[in-house]
Design a protein around this ligand. Structure first.
Ligand code: NAP
Length: 303
């Protein structure tokens, strides 16, 4: 280390953070892979809001203390990532109705010491789907592969968006049944659960207008994996979405593309969940022109 080696009498004052700067952040474990600090600090720079976004790696035993600490220092708000999206809910004063149905919070706003919990993952998914597919979910048959946290949020949201049927396919059928019950008992009786064998036998994959992978199968470095068997074929009227964004084109999407399907990856979902979180914290609507620039810039850094 060469401390002071490049001074030469022309010191540049670092003024990005001042005495008036507000704080936002991310809690999770791990957090090192996250692009959220770059995303939120870039948005602040371009909308001119004096707010700094910092990642906090929090151990499970310290989650409650971390939340109390963030409240005590009057944080504007924070994101929550794996593995705390569910657990965080018990430390939140008011969880939104959607977040309660989804069983997960990824965005928290602090208003005068009261914490409000939201789920912007599903909102981000819907916006990215609608923009890239050029259509919505109304009366559509939706096949969801996987029954974890992301599947639950997407099932609830697509049901709220007016989906005609939702078929959930998961290797652990009990988890798929749980999500189907939540949708059927709270939104509309449109949801059925299948294990992969039953789904194939019942021709579920060809019934769907929209097929969505919510499992990590095919994510880097396991790029040769797919959430469906090779025997499953799609048709060109179907829209196929993968929540994975690394690689840009998973095996699942590449196979669907070969069948002539419109395919979409999870990059838009990732960016839009962040944009919605930022808007919740600040009350500022991010201009469309800036949103497009953000998508372009972050698409390049994720390549
Ligand atoms: P999760 O709660 O752990 O659920 C994972 C699901 O995948 C479960 O249904 C699990 O089945 C299934 N699964 C996992 N490994 C499998 C295997 N080898 N064979 C068959 N099924 C398998 O995870 P999550 O939080 O929902 O996240 C899922 C994916 O979404 C991750 O890749 C994550 O990175 C991605 N994601 C993307 C965004 C975005 O912004 N684009 C946002 C959130 C999440 P069982 O129930 O049988 O265990």
């Amino acid at each position: 280390m060469n401390i002071g080696g490049q001074l030469g009498g022309n010191m540049e004052i670092e003024s990005r953070v001042t005495g008036n700067s507000r704080l936002a952040g991310l809690i999770g474990n791990p957090v090192g892979h996250s692009i959220s600090p770059q995303l939120h600090n870039t948005i602040s720079k371009y909308v001119g809001i004096d707010m700094v976004y910092v990642p906090f790696k929090v151990e499970k035993t310290e989650l409650e203390n971390a939340v109390k600490g963030l409240k005590a220092i009057d944080i504007v708000g924070f994101n929550v990532t794996i593995p705390y999206k569910k657990e965080i809910m018990k430390y939140i004063d008011i969880n939104s109705k959607e977040a309660l149905l989804m069983g997960a919070v990824n965005t928290v706003k602090n208003i005068g010491g009261r914490l409000y919990g939201y789920n912007t993952d599903a909102e981000g998914f819907v916006r990215s789907f609608k923009e890239e597919a050029g259509t919505g979910f109304e009366n559509k048959k939706v096949v969801l592969i996987g029954a974890g946290g992301t599947a639950r949020a997407i099932a609830v949201k697509t049901a709220m968006e007016g989906a005609g049927r939702i078929y959930i396919v998961n290797r652990t059928i009990e988890r798929a049944l749980d999500i189907a019950d939540i949708v059927n008992n709270n939104i509309e009786r449109i949801c059925e659960a299948f294990d992969p064998d039953e789904a194939e036998a019942a021709g579920i994959f060809s019934k769907g207008d929209i097929i969505i992978n919510t499992t990590p199968l095919g994510m880097y470095p396991d790029v040769d994996k797919s959430p469906v068997r090779d025997s499953v074929k799609f048709s060109d009227r179907q829209i196929v979405y993968d929540v994975i964004y690394n690689p840009e084109k998973t095996k699942f999407l590449a196979d669907a593309e070969k069948c002539g399907c419109k395919t979409i990856n999870g990059f838009g979902m990732l960016i839009y969940q962040g944009i919605y979180a930022y808007e919740i914290w600040t009350g500022v609507k991010i201009p469309e022109k800036l949103v497009k620039e953000i998508l372009k810039a972050f698409y390049q850094i994720l390549q």
